[in-house]
Ligand binder design. Structure first.
Ligand SMILES: *Cc1c(COP(=O)(O)O)cnc(C)c1O
Length: 473
């Protein structure tokens, strides 16, 4: 870039006439673009020096918020610390330079690693078999539901309904619909748990599965889970576990032991990987032995002592992702699990739960918890004492360097009952007590502003280049 002065840009060199002069006969120009396909006039790209380009992109990167610049308590998303060593692992040349089309036999190290990761995911979730291919949590849901559909069609049972609780993440009913099921909504009881009376009534012979996450998206542990599993199984239906909230119970309790038959794990939430803005993810799907044959491919298995991808399984629902899935995300998950170890995972979950309860307790005078009980890794806080709203409160937090928590209630995320204005806060295990205390101070400051200068909070955020994409909201 520095060798080319602005008046002598690359674009000029490619103009008809000049190109042949400069590169005449040289290997650089072969094969030459036919003249009709060449650009005839300069296209007017800005001519800027390297330093300016670097500053431009650095400035842009500083305008977005990530866990590397401040707290990111976005409930249900688990925006946690992403160890840089995992990035280093994913960039090892042997992995990074592997080509998707290269002979599978030349990727033995990758298959070895995949096999171990499949085992670790199965172990942590209490399942027997696992496929790493799905590209995200929602994709894992689709994979798991297709497994369930295939299972019932294989045994000649017609079941066309999937139940989801009213606190479910929106992807659950969407995946059920995509997998060809009719979706019915199970109401919550006043404690925020699945309403057992309704569930029992809704468990009709056409129900294929009940999709649940535990702890729920309200941050509450479903303490009736064993009864739920019994009721679902007594009906001949299967129990699906949405693993997005696994950060609350790694190494403490396993979905398989609670009675779940199929799980997906959002490895980009629970096992590191930065994933803001809909970025890359992976949603391995794992099942109990009775469903293993239906898993999508490839599943890495050992043949003649060598780990290799096996896509040749008769009852499989088929391939759901090209090539080897999102390799970089899976490598980071592997690095995370190996460096944390069994004890480390348990401690991470314990600290995630401790941090959420600490925040719940300290914030209660300003933002009382909707469900007054011990929470798991996240807590739902009510905006009922605010003059403005939870939404405005969250927008003002942006001005103090905290990412807004997940907004719940009118016009935001779909949530049960008549919740007007609330926010779901998930501090994660990786914020220190000092950081949590600073956050409480900021919440207190915004709470005071809400009491004394409503108009200010109503205009927030005031520090961003783009404040409101839609002026109506
Ligand atoms: C994030 C999330 C999903 C969807 O996962 P993606 O990886 O974003 O596709 C599903 N369920 C719950 C509870 C979630 O929090």
């Amino acid at each position: 870039m520095s060798a080319t002065s602005p008046s002598q840009s690359i674009i000029d060199l490619h103009r008809p006439g000049s190109a042949s002069d400069v590169f005449a006969g040289g290997a650089l120009m072969a094969p030459v673009l036919p003249s009709f396909a060449r650009q005839r006039t300069a296209i007017g790209l800005p001519e800027v020096g390297e330093v300016d380009v670097v500053r431009h992109f650095t400035r842009l990167s500083q305008e977005s918020h990530g866990v590397d610049n401040g707290p990111y308590p976005l409930g249900s998303c688990t925006m946690k610390y992403n160890p840089k060593r995992n990035d280093a692992l994913a960039h090892l040349p042997g992995f990074e330079n592997a080509h998707p089309m290269q002979d599978s036999d030349t990727l033995r190290g990758l298959w070895e690693l995949y096999e171990r990761l499949q085992e670790m995911v199965s172990e942590i979730t209490g399942m027997d078999a696992c496929c790493l291919a799905p590209a995200a949590g929602a994709h894992g849901e689709l994979a798991g539901l297709l497994v369930i559909r295939k299972h019932f069609s294989h045994i000649g049972s017609r079941r066309s309904v999937v139940l989801v609780p009213d606190s479910a993440h929106g992807t659950n009913p969407a995946s059920a619909a995509m997998a060809g099921f009719e979706c019915r909504i199970v109401p919550s009881d006043i404690k925020g748990r699945v309403d057992m009376v309704s569930l029992r009534e809704m468990l009709t012979p056409d129900v294929a599965a009940f999709m649940l996450t535990n702890p729920s998206t309200l941050g509450l542990f479903e303490d009736q889970i064993v009864d739920i599993a019994d009721a679902v199984h007594a009906n001949g239906s299967l129990l699906y576990y949405d693993g997005a909230n696994l950060n609350a119970l790694m190494g403490i309790v396993r979905p398989g032991d609670m009675g779940f038959d199929v799980v997906h794990v959002n490895v980009h939430k629970t096992f590191s990987t930065p994933h803001g803005g809909g970025g890359p993810g992976a949603g391995p799907v794992a099942v109990k032995a009775a469903l293993a044959d239906y898993l999508p491919g490839p599943v890495v298995t050992r043949k003649n002592g060598i780990a290799q991808p096996d896509s040749d399984r008769l009852l499989s629902v088929g391939r759901m992702k090209s090539f080897h899935g999102h390799v970089g995300v899976l490598l980071r998950a592997y690095g995370y699990l190996r460096t944390m170890g069994a004890q480390g995972l348990r401690e991470a979950s314990e600290n995630a739960v401790l941090n959420a309860n600490y925040l719940q307790h300290r914030l209660a005078p300003m933002l009382p918890p909707v469900y007054r009980q011990v929470c798991k890794h996240e807590t739902l806080l009510s905006g009922e004492r605010l003059n403005t709203s939870a939404r405005q409160f969250a927008k003002r937090l942006i001005d103090y360097g905290i990412h807004p928590p997940t907004l719940v209630g009118a016009g935001c995320v779909y949530f049960p009952g008549d919740l007007k204005s609330a926010m779901l806060i998930e501090p994660t295990e990786t914020e220190t007590k000092a950081s949590l205390d600073r956050q409480v101070e900021i919440f207190q400051r915004v709470f005071n502003e809400d009491a004394t200068d409503e108009a200010l909070v109503d205009r927030a955020p005031l520090s961003r280049k783009i404040a409101r994409l839609d002026i109506k909201t």
